[in-house]
Ligand binder design. Sequence first.
Ligand SMILES: NC(=O)C1=CN([C@@H]2O[C@H](COP(=O)(O)OP(=O)(O)OC[C@H]3O[C@@H](n4cnc5c(N)ncnc54)[C@H](OP(=O)(O)O)[C@@H]3O)[C@@H](O)[C@H]2O)C=CC1
Ligand SMILES: CC(C)=CCC[C@@H](C)[C@H]1CC[C@H]2C3=C(CC[C@]12C)[C@@]1(C)CCC(=O)C[C@@H]1CC3
Length: 345
Amino acid sequence: MATRVRPSSKRCAVIGGSGFLGRHLVERLVDKGYSVAVFDIRQSYELPGVTFHQGDLCDKQALLTALKDVSLVFHCASPAPFSDDRALFQRVNVEGTRTVIQACQEAGVQKLVLTSSASVVFEGTDIKNGKEDLPYAKKPIDYYTETKIQQEKLVLEACSKEKGFFTVAIRPHGIFGPRDPQLVPILVDSARQGKMKFIIGDGSNLVDFTFVENVVHGHILAAEHLKPDSPLCGKAYHITNDEPIRFWDFMSQVLVGLGYDAPRYHLPYTLVYGIALLLWLLTVLLRPLVTIKPTFTPMRVALAGTYHYYSCARAKQDMGYKPLVSLQEAITRTVASYPHLRKGS
Ligand SMILES: NC(=O)C1=CN([C@@H]2O[C@H](COP(=O)(O)OP(=O)(O)OC[C@H]3O[C@@H](n4cnc5c(N)ncnc54)[C@H](OP(=O)(O)O)[C@@H]3O)[C@@H](O)[C@H]2O)C=CC1
Ligand SMILES: CC(C)=CCC[C@@H](C)[C@H]1CC[C@H]2C3=C(CC[C@]12C)[C@@]1(C)CCC(=O)C[C@@H]1CC3
């Protein structure tokens, strides 16, 4: 059943509100009548009903200014996953999140909704219909994911009825949609370089790609259902499109929609993974002399060649979640939003 939110609780903050997901979240919150304070290291737009606070989330004083009179905080800031900067991930995702929790508690914030990631349980091998009770990855696929695990643990452990501070973590997977700076641009860049001719493996591996508006819907539902004694307190929730799709069908639909050819030729998974591993070793050995950024990293090959889709049954049960936009509609809207990436443009 939908929960009515009292007007007094309609002031919130979005840490990372200038980013891809953050901005979609802010826009929806404003539509729903929230007044929003954005805290981000950069300001990328202006919007009525939104105040911007530019700063680093590791700076508690700067956070405290942004969190004044705020009862609900969404934390969706992170360095970009492919930046490969271990110290930066540790500083922002782990130490920074500790600071966010302290600042929330000092400012009297009641609810903290963290954007985690479904990848916190992924080790590079198949996950089919994974539930939230899967153990955290012992060998996470990269530093980014390693710090997302630590971040999620910190936020969920901070949930305290005694302190009146309630936390929940949303675990989306493969977010895509208009203005995404990663997925579609990387894909088109690879196609333009002639690298999208091959399918890694037999192409049957199912994966979740989740439309950004559905991810936003999951965050807002979580915030509105998070209260004392609700089952959400201190828990993690998968939010997906609930329509796993073959990884290579998704890639092909986006590519063909933008005027490029779909990948056609199959390469054995173990061969490509082996080559990616060798290339990675080479980049590590040559790092003192030269910086190489290969397209085929072991992590990307694993993401492209294995099953990784998750159940969102817990979110359906505890917060009435249901995707608002179907996968086909989402792909159509996403393709239409990138006219500048069409072939020949
Ligand atoms: N995109 C996806 O497919 C998935 C994303 N997620 C999670 O969702 C969240 C949002 O991701 P997405 O929107 O794609 O990422 P973006 O990079 O688009 O947004 C993150 C925002 O946080 C800002 N930021 C980074 N460091 C700091 C800092 N120290 N202080 C304040 N702000 C900072 C970024 O600024 P700048 O750009 O300058 O670094 C950016 O504006 C992240 O937590 C991510 O881990 C989880 C699963 C999948
Ligand atoms: C579901 C999920 C976690 C999606 C994340 C998206 C990215 C990991 C992908 C977006 C574009 C993809 C891509 C490749 C790997 C995975 C992505 C980076 C390749 C590098 C795989 C090997 C190729 O043939 C080229 C691909 C380019 C696009």
